[in-house]
Design a binder for this molecule. Structure first.
Ligand code: PLP
Length: 401
């Protein structure tokens, strides 16, 4: 039998050459105290006082009626889509420029993503392209809106607020209303952002958040479903607790999922939520220092913040115009890496992803350009000014004329 090694020995060093990581969690609050409370009381699994408190506190933070804690942001999306009424073989328009999780969640629900290009100004889903699709390529028949080409029903719209910036929701909600479609928001990257003064994740029928290790706040892994609709919240809770009708008799009304968040994770969540305002303030401070330090470099544009938006600056990102800058984003990434500075390119557009090969796509050029040109910079909330100055100096060194 293998001896159990102490945890420290099993952990690999963060990285061999990276001195300034992209983003690491901040665990400076009540995490230890709350986790100890779980261990001392024996409440470690998927029910417990911290689960209830985390749901309550998170709903309050967003001004929402209901919050349902689940095992991941992906699980939150999966269940939110089902609760919103998405059926097998439906189609769900969503952005091409996004992390893959929402596209996967659409497939878990048995539905098909329709990828919509980004718009250049905000890097978010192009709502005008979505409008053209719904108006010109879809038709109402058998009481449903259907794609003319495939005959499939449109089940929902899935906007993803990427990298911390909101999607332009007013025209999107107008379309949802015009065509009677539910809106499921993926707010995983944009906790703390707001759209026209309203917190992101409050515009659609239901929204999903993530507490993965790289997100603004973390529970190690976890997610949350947020809605004002009691029936949707009940359905989401039911589906994420294996659709249990009667616990004592073991009766299940349908095929549900074991998606509940544990009390241990929720304890982390409560502690992180207490610090969220400080984490968000740090993200804004970092963004402002990058904006000041990187202004005026040829070919470099700063992370957008539309005049109707408050960016949460989850991952502070720049864009390098390959024609105007002295190197490409990928070359810059490599050169920064040699100096121990970790940066990332995001994401292979979904319409090019082998995982979703063959999916319908509306446009795609902008998403492809963003994939080539956007670079996320180190932005841990504890990033020191000296470290950030080193990143700025390194970028200036590469790009200044
Ligand atoms: C991180 C993320 C998710 C999924 O969250 P997990 O908790 O990692 O499952 C979903 N959507 C987007 C856009 C994300 O960035």
């Amino acid at each position: 039998m293998n001896a159990i090694k102490p945890l420290k020995a099993q952990m690999a060093p963060k990285s061999d050459c990276t001195k300034i990581p992209l983003a690491v969690p901040q665990l400076g609050g009540n995490e230890w105290a709350y986790l100890k409370e779980c261990l001392d009381t024996g409440w470690v699994s998927s029910v417990g006082p911290f689960v209830d408190r985390f749901e309550r506190d998170f709903a309050t933070y967003l001004g929402a009626r209901h919050a349902v804690a689940v095992a991941s942001g992906t699980a939150a999306l999966h269940v939110a889509l089902l609760a919103a009424g998405v059926q097998p073989d439906d189609e769900v328009p969503m952005p091409s420029f996004t992390f893959i999780a929402p596209a996967n969640a659409v497939r878990y629900a048995g539905a098909w993503p329709v990828f919509v290009d980004a718009e250049a100004a905000t890097w978010q889903m192009d709502v005008a392209l979505l409008r053209d699709f719904l108006r010109d390529d879809c038709v109402r028949s058998d009481g449903a809106l259907r794609n003319r080409k495939t005959g499939r029903r449109i089940g929902a719209i899935l906007p993803v607020h990427v990298l911390g910036h909101p999607v332009d929701m007013e025209p999107l909600l107008a379309l949802a209303q015009e065509f009677g479609l539910p809106v499921v928001e993926d707010a995983a990257e944009s906790l703390g952002a707001s759209y026209r003064g309203q917190p992101v994740g409050r515009a659609g029928q239901i929204a999903a958040f993530s507490f993965n290790g790289n997100k603004v706040m973390t529970t190690g892994g976890g997610g949350m479903i947020v809605t004002d609709d009691a029936a949707l919240a009940d359905r989401a809770r039911y589906l994420s607790t294996t659709a249990k009708d009667d616990g004592t008799e073991g009766i299940h009304g349908s095929v549900g999922f074991n998606y509940r968040l544990t009390n241990l994770q929720a304890a982390m969540g409560c502690a992180q939520l207490e610090q969220l305002d400080g984490l968000l303030a740090a993200k804004r401070r970092i963004a402002a220092r990058y904006a000041a330090g990187l202004a005026g470099l040829p070919g470099l544009s700063l992370m957008p913040e539309a005049n109707w938006a408050r960016n949460a600056f989850w991952l502070y990102s720049i864009r390098l115009d390959s024609n105007a800058a002295s190197c490409t984003a990928r070359e810059l990434r490599q050169r920064l890496r040699e100096r121990g500075i970790d940066t990332r390119s995001f994401w292979q557009p979904m319409h090019l992803s082998p995982a979703h090969a063959g999916a319908q796509t509306l446009g795609g050029d902008v998403a492809e350009t963003l994939f080539d040109e956007v670079l996320s910079l180190p932005c841990s909330t504890d990033l020191g000014e000296a470290q950030q100055d080193a990143v700025i100096a390194a970028i200036r060194g590469e790009l200044a004329p």
